[in-house]
Structure formats: structure tokens, C-alpha cells
Design a protein around this ligand. Structure first.
Ligand code: ZN
Length: 250
């Protein structure tokens, strides 16, 4: 009898442990090491940050520099795909990504991952991003004051209404994604920063820096240039919130 009870307790413990240790979701971060060195630095820092976060928050975090992995078979293993500093380069990879998103996958794009201009020729992606096309940038990289548009969203919860983001290259977009009815802007560049930059100067405009297209489980974050991005506890918390929100799926 006692032996049976002991066995039961052991079994229950094993089941509980297995449940507690089961990862909440799986994340795949894609990046490239041959792009602008500041963008490579960011990717390496991001991998370090998210690797630690994965242990702390109980998800799987895998990385690859092989964009050929952007195919149906590979992507189906993951609930969240992150583009750290690059984007798909050919029609096959683009099609696999569209299918992944249409089937309920989640995406997080940093900085240059959202870059698109007249040479990109990927209308689906422009629409996915909220019609935002790269317009201008600030240079050299500088810190900037950011305004949280909605502190009640899962991504911005616990983030103060204003904070100073570490040194980054800031992108402006035309049209502003805010004009798109499907877009919810979560964080915006404070106009008090203008003129922002020395060589390349952002002088005006409504410039969202974090937003989601509500038709998808996606988030774009403009931060992602250089080796200072993960030096702010406030901003790091926003990144953590972003991954936890996206990883839980639709
Ligand atoms: Zn950059």
C-alpha cells in the first residue's frame, strides 16, 4: 500500500515537473552577419538578451543565419519568427513567410527588418507594415525621447508614459503607418527631439517607432542599430513584453 502511494507521488511529481518545464512557445530569430556592422552588433546583443530571457520566461529561442530556413517545413516548428537585421531575399522565402503569417504565425521585426523602398517590390510586406515606406533617417545614431501611445497594451504595460531610448538610428516613414486603419501605434518619437541628427536630420513629422498591424500577430520595433540598444531596463522590458505577447499567439 505504502509502495503504491509512493509510486503515485513520484508519478504526480514527474507529471508536474514535465508540465512546468514544457516551453511556452518556440521562437526562431533570423539574422545576417554580412550586413552593416552596427546591425550585426545589434543582432549579437539581441541574441544574448533573448537567450537569457528564454531561460527566465520558459520559451525556446533558436537562431539561424540561413534564410533558406524560411520555408513551410521549417517555420511550422515555431510560434514566433524574429527578423533581427535582414529580410527574405527571394520569392520562395517571401511566399513561405506570407503563408506562415496567414496561418496564424507571429512576427517581430527590428529596425532594418522593416526597411522597404521603391526597389523592394513586395507590396504584401508594405501593406503588412501598414503602408509604411522608409522616408528618412537620423544620423549619427542618438538617444531619443519616446512617448507611449497606449500604456494598456500588453507590449507597453509597465512602461512609463515617456522614456529615453538608448542610442539608435531613427527611421521616418511616409505615409505614417498611423494613417492606416489596421495599425495600432504603441510608441512614437517625441516631436521634442526635433531637429534629430547632425548629418541626416529629422526635422518634423509623426514618426511611430513601435506598432502592430491588428490583422496579424505582429509587431515592428524601430530600435536595432548599434551596441547600446540593450542598455535601458525600461526598453528591455518592452522587448520582453513584446516577445511574451507575440509568443502566446492570436
Ligand atoms: Zn541602422
Amino acid at each position: 500500500m505504502l509502495k503504491k502511494l509512493f509510486c503515485l507521488i513520484i508519478t504526480a511529481t514527474l507529471i508536474t515537473t514535465a508540465f512546468a518545464q514544457r516551453p511556452k512557445f518556440k521562437v526562431l530569430a533570423l539574422y545576417t552577419t554580412t550586413v552593416e556592422s552596427d546591425h550585426v552588433d545589434f543582432a549579437h546583443d539581441a541574441i544574448k538578451y533573448f537567450t537569457d530571457l528564454a531561460v527566465k520566461r520558459g520559451f525556446v529561442f533558436d537562431t539561424t543565419t540561413n534564410w533558406k530556413n524560411v520555408n513551410d517545413d521549417y517555420l511550422k516548428n515555431y510560434q514566433l519568427i524574429i527578423w533581427l537585421n535582414d529580410f527574405p531575399q527571394n520569392a520562395g522565402q517571401r511566399a513561405a513567410f506570407v503563408k506562415y503569417m496567414d496561418n496564424g504565425g507571429a512576427w517581430l521585426g527590428f529596425h532594418v527588418a522593416g526597411y522597404n523602398d521603391k526597389y523592394t517590390k513586395w507590396p504584401w510586406f508594405v501593406s503588412f507594415l501598414g503602408s509604411a515606406v522608409f522616408y528618412n533617417n537620423s544620423w549619427p545614431p542618438l538617444p531619443a525621447k519616446l512617448v507611449v501611445d497606449d500604456g494598456n497594451h500588453a507590449v507597453t504595460r509597465g512602461i512609463p508614459a515617456n522614456f529615453i531610448a538608448p542610442i539608435n538610428e531613427w527611421y521616418g516613414w511616409k505615409p505614417s503607418p498611423r494613417l492606416n486603419k489596421d495599425i495600432k501605434v504603441l510608441v512614437t518619437l517625441d516631436p521634442a527631439n526635433y531637429p534629430l541628427g547632425k548629418k541626416d536630420i529629422i526635422r518634423d513629422g509623426d514618426i511611430p517607432v513601435v506598432w502592430t498591424n491588428t490583422q496579424y500577430k505582429m509587431l515592428y520595433i524601430n530600435m536595432g542599430h548599434g551596441d547600446q540598444i540593450f542598455t535601458s531596463d525600461v526598453q528591455n522590458k518592452l522587448f520582453e513584453n513584446a516577445v511574451m505577447w507575440l509568443g502566446r499567439g492570436r
